[in-house]
Design a protein around this ligand. Structure first.
Ligand code: SF4
Length: 253
């Protein structure tokens, strides 16, 4: 998934800790989620949100993610590899990999060094390879080679944070989980569908504000809208199906 905007640690915990010195921004801290980078529109009303998703559904009744996978395990690996990488880049790297290693046992048999050969075009590949090997071992030894359906179990795996867990829950287990990436963060804030200062706030707003019947696919509709229409640098407002519903003040022609 592109350019993960998730904060590295729980903001509530950070606030509670009240460090005396200003914490240094880590390299992994997402600049894209900074409030200054994405103007926050006022919360849209329920009727407006319902109409926006009615239009998304009419245009694309069955939206799908763009990360290639053949089963739950390869989906989990693909999502874990996609942090701070593009889906296209991950798909290129996993095309051959998933033909060879589509289960925890096969991944363990492949080994870390050969896994690295497949994914070295992806950012942070060494760290990701280490985590994939560790999670493969845990799945093989503790879960009979299956991917668990609980968020807690998923998040206990090495390299699997809340966003990765939510993507797997949504795409594989059809749980209406909301994984907020940089595209969703931007669309939610520009439009006013689910404004929030950080990814946790946007996730909560999506759960609270989007009608129940649209929760399952909200994730993909918003990602695809952000990736292809409501683009970061210059949104295509002239082509936007929800232009009249959007509260963004700097619409393009
Ligand atoms: S009108 Fe423009 S800013 Fe608003 S959702 Fe559409 S593309 Fe994005």
């Amino acid at each position: 998934m592109d350019e993960t905007p998730s904060p590295p640690t729980d903001p509530a915990s950070q606030a509670a800790a009240k460090p005396r010195r200003k914490p240094r921004r880590s390299r992994s801290m997402p600049a894209t989620s900074a409030p200054s980078a994405t103007p926050m529109s006022p919360q849209a009303d329920y009727t407006t949100i319902r109409e926006a998703f009615r239009r998304f559904e009419a245009a694309q009744p069955h939206p799908e993610g763009e990360l290639n996978h053949v089963n739950a395990f390869t989906l989990l690996v693909a999502v874990a590899l996609s942090a701070q990488a593009t889906d296209a880049g991950v798909n290129k790297a996993t095309k051959l990999l998933f033909q060879i290693a589509d289960s925890p046992d096969k991944m363990l048999a492949l080994g870390e060094d050969r896994l690295i050969e497949h994914i070295r075009t992806i950012g942070l590949y060494r760290n990701k390879a280490r985590n994939v090997m560790k999670l493969s071992r845990i799945l093989a030894e503790d879960y009979g080679g299956e991917v668990p359906s609980s968020r807690a179990a998923l998040q206990s795996l090495p390299g699997v944070g809340r966003k990765t867990a939510n993507v797997v829950l949504n795409m594989w287990w059809k749980h209406p989980a909301q994984a907020v990436d940089t595209h969703i963060f931007r669309v939610a804030n520009r439009t006013g569908i689910a404004p929030g200062r950080d990814v946790d706030a946007v996730e909560r707003a999506i759960e609270d504000q989007i009608p129940a019947e649209y929760q399952q696919h909200a994730h993909h509709w918003m990602i695809l809208h952000g990736r292809y229409v409501c683009k970061a640098r210059k949104p295509d407002c002239g082509l936007c199906p929800i232009r009249d519903l959007c509260a963004y003040k700097e619409k393009t022609a």
